[in-house]
Design a protein around this ligand. Structure first.
Ligand SMILES: [Zn+2]
Length: 109
């Protein structure tokens, strides 16, 4: 399959996704395929504009033709060394004196 055929298939898939899953934010009308245009396509990033057939409100949609996690390093994210016994000792000491909840912990406060 040539690259431009593949791109055309992706554009059709993305337009189909918009018409099936999104509606006008103003009046909730459904979009039909002619209401959705690809305005930009660079690498795996696509920009589309959907124009409401009822109220003409326009909506810009950015889409990627592969899941965003694939854009991270490595197969499922950045490659980090496995936790060591030393990491566990440090975490045990940290958690022993830590008085907050998970929100405090993840917020880093
Ligand atoms: Zn509308």
């Amino acid at each position: 399959m040539r690259a431009d055929e593949s791109s055309a298939d992706t554009a059709i898939d993305l337009i189909g996704f918009v018409t099936r899953h999104l509606a006008c934010a103003q009046c909730h009308s459904a979009y039909a395929p002619p209401d959705v245009q690809v305005t930009q396509h660079e690498h795996d990033e696509w920009s589309l504009v959907a124009t409401c057939p009822s109220c003409s409100a326009q909506r810009v949609i950015t889409a990627y033709d592969e899941p965003p996690y694939r854009r991270l390093d490595g197969p499922h994210g950045p490659s980090l060394p496995p936790l060591s016994a030393r990491d566990m000792i440090e975490w045990r000491a940290f958690l022993k004196q830590f008085g907050g909840d998970m929100i405090d912990l993840l917020a880093g406060s």
